[in-house]
Design a protein around this ligand. Structure first.
Ligand code: PMP
Length: 397
């Protein structure tokens, strides 16, 4: 064995979980992403999806993707910068910019690449990036690549943020980056109005909000949390992904023209990666049509969300500070989290385990998420199974 493999072979946590029969990853789904999916030929209720509006199998979205594939082919064979820009990319960028209320938008091939390529290139060596300790991994990777001074503040804690801002040189650029809705805990950057109106203005900082889980869920027609809190104009950069409410793959950053011009010519994950497929581009456009014309979808998402939030509180689950379709069910024990995930799947309920090292082992949880296409009956069935399994493992009384 070479040194590399000898070193990597010491990492055996997955093998141990497999041997114990609780390995929860890469579960093979044999059907489309819907509220019910097929696993091992068996119907399972899906409560682990990010398809908040339930559009990945919507006939109009599929039709648009097929039509675009027929017209433009399956791929663009190059980066946006050179041979990979299509007219439909530009049209979608214009539409997204207007949708979220910014001058311009730039589409990247994934949401991860947006955060990676934007957070890493805007600020220089002398400048500062201030980031929430629970920001998404893609923001953290972007920060790692930046030459700037990186300062972590306590989760959603504006006092902590202010203290860190006070440590910065007043004459240098400061960029605050936060998730709009935090991806695992489901809580909202509720202090956003303070961040932008007070702290950002007081310390002349720019603000960058990741709306991956906010768009399609919050705001007028799903414009996101910045729209919901009325702070769009004070936020300098709004990021979105296509892999959740937009039912496809890709992501975008929306911002002012000066920043957009800089990004288009300096953001490496944009320049040195092929552009998103015609199918994804057209699917997002069709999903936007539906978001704008069918507000009842978002209303229903909130109806099942509030029903589930009440249901989990009533059965005594610890759900933290969430108020969104992302509901963390805290278990606070790695082994129990794996076992619960397995037992629930056996009972026909698909949920996602969030365990160490993604979170500290005392913070492990089951991430339960809702879609606009779930029914109250499906939520009832999940509540019943979860209550039974949580009692079995002594997580609730
Ligand atoms: N930001 C957040 C908050 C996310 O949750 C995710 C995906 N889980 C991303 C960015 C990355 O998006 P994508 O799936 O488009 O790469």
């Amino acid at each position: 064995m070479k040194l590399l493999q000898a070193k990597l072979a010491k990492y055996d946590a997955p093998q141990k979980a497999k041997a114990a029969g609780v390995y929860p990853y890469f579960r093979k789904i044999e059907s489309e992403q819907d509220t019910e999916v097929l696993i091992n030929g068996k119907k399972v209720l899906m409560f682990g999806s990010n398809s908040y509006l339930g559009l990945t199998n919507h006939p109009k979205v599929i039709e648009a993707a097929v039509a675009a594939t027929k017209k433009y082919g399956t791929g663009c064979a190059g980066s946006r910068f050179l041979n990979g820009t299509l007219d439909i990319h530009i049209a979608l960028e214009d539409r997204l910019a207007k949708f979220v209320g910014k001058d311009e938008a730039i589409i990247y091939s994934t949401g991860f690449q947006v955060n990676l390529g934007v957070a890493s290139c805007l600020t220089g060596r002398e400048d500062y990036i201030l980031w929430d300790e629970l920001d998404h991994a893609s923001i953290i990777e972007g920060c790692r690549l930046s030459m700037s001074k990186k300062i972590k503040y306590k989760h959603n804690d504006m006092e902590s943020l202010e203290k860190k801002l006070q440590m910065c040189d007043p004459d240098k650029v400061k960029l605050i980056i936060t998730d709009g809705v935090f991806s695992m805990e489901g809580d909202v950057a509720t202090q956003r109005a303070n961040v932008t109106d007070e702290l950002a203005k007081k310390y002349n900082a720019a603000v960058y909000v990741d709306e991956a889980h906010g768009i399609g869920v919050f705001g007028n027609q799903g414009r996101g949390t910045c729209d919901h809190f009325g702070v769009t104009k004070d936020v300098d950069l709004i990021m979105g992904t296509f892999s959740k409410s937009f039912a496809a793959l890709g992501g975008f950053i929306a911002t002012d023209s000066v920043t957009a011009n800089y990004l288009r010519h300096n953001s490496r994950s944009y320049i040195f990666s092929a552009s998103i497929t015609p199918a994804s581009t057209a699917a997002v456009n069709a999903a936007l049509d539906i978001m704008e014309s069918e507000p009842e979808r978002i209303e229903h998402l909130w109806k099942v969300t509030n029903y589930a939030l009440d249901g989990f509180r009533n059965i005594g689950c610890e759900i933290g500070h969430t108020s969104t379709p992302i509901i963390p069910l805290f278990i606070r024990d790695n082994d129990k989290t794996f076992a619960v995930t397995r037992d629930l799947l056996e009972d026909g309920i698909f949920v996602n385990p969030v365990v160490s090292p993604a979170v500290p082992s005392q913070d492990t949880l089951i991430r339960f998420s809702l879609m606009a296409t779930h029914t109250i009956e499906q939520v009832d069935r999940a509540l019943e199974c979860i209550q039974k399994v949580f009692k079995k493992y002594d997580i609730i009384k």
